[in-house]
Ligand binder design. Structure first.
Ligand code: IPE
Ligand code: IPE
Ligand code: MG
Length: 244
């Protein structure tokens, strides 16, 4: 269990929603003279381990960035290897979800994903819909800008169809058009691998998230690292624009 010292500020609780940019798989593999896809395989094991840990310490939502709308720029071999890992993970997850009552959602533009993988995603979504415990969200072909454009299009369609008028739109309503509909905004966003940037992740949802950056590469990320991130989160004072 996490050894977490509680403080009096409003970040004292375990974050309800943690989001992670799972970065550094390629460098991890290259340093070991392994193919990049060996890094992705190791990274998927880290995800499994961290999801289990998050659930055990009372985190309600874990959202991970697994493949971005920009990651198609990589070699066909690497992209194919990553897609195969999703397929393998989801097949294995079906049993685990039922055993542990885990809700699994895949977020992103799935129109570019193979029909086979899409069918598997729909299947896992349907199976886990009734589970209300811990929720894991895996972002695949996800881009924050793409998500906002997708939402704006859907809202425009509803206006054109007469279901809404432009004046109806509020921030809360717009949130409901995003892939993350129904999921609270992340409290804590973690990026391993030493890069200090957001790379198109959860642009709308991160308005008031706390950030944690570490040089550790994702396949080396472990429970102790997550504890460090949460300890750092506990030292923050979340003001949301207010004054002390
Ligand atoms: C993150 O690791 C996984 C994906 C983006 C699919 P990277 O593959 O980006 O690893 P580095 O940044 O090259 O080390
Ligand atoms: C962000 O990592 C995307 C994922 C982890 C899935 P990248 O490795 O693609 O980001 P950049 O290129 O370093 O910004
Ligand atoms: Mg990277």
């Amino acid at each position: 269990m996490a050894r977490i010292s509680k403080s009096k500020n409003n970040a004292a609780e375990i974050p309800q929603h943690i989001a992670i940019i799972m970065d550094g798989n390629g460098r991890w593999a290259t340093r070991r003279a392994l193919p990049r896809n060996a890094g992705h395989a190791a990274g998927s094991e880290t995800f499994r381990r961290i999801a289990t840990y998050c659930r055990s310490i009372g985190v309600k939502y874990l959202t991970v960035f697994a493949f971005s709308t920009e990651n198609w720029k990589r070699s066909a071999e690497e992209v194919q290897g990553i897609m195969q890992l999703f397929d393998k993970y989801l097949h294995e997850a079906i049993e685990e979800m039922a055993r542990d009552q885990i809700r699994l959602r895949v977020l992103g533009d799935l129109t570019r994903i193979s029909p086979e993988l899409r069918a598997l995603i729909e299947q896992t979504d349907e199976i886990s819909q009734e589970y209300e415990g811990f929720q894991a969200n895996i972002c695949i072909n996800y881009g924050g800008r793409d998500e906002i454009v997708h939402a704006a299009r859907a809202f425009a369609r509803d206006c054109a169809d007469g279901r809404r008028t432009p004046e109806d739109l509020t921030e809360a309503m717009f949130s409901g058009y995003l892939y993350t509909e129904g999921i609270p905004d992340p409290d804590l966003i973690i990026r391993p691998s030493g890069e200090i940037r957001i790379s198109n992740f959860l642009l709308w949802q991160s308005a008031y998230s706390e950030y944690y950056f570490t040089d550790v590469l994702w396949p080396d990320f472990d429970e102790a690292e997550l504890d460090r991130a949460i300890e750092s989160y506990h030292r923050r004072e979340r003001r949301y624009g207010g004054a002390q």
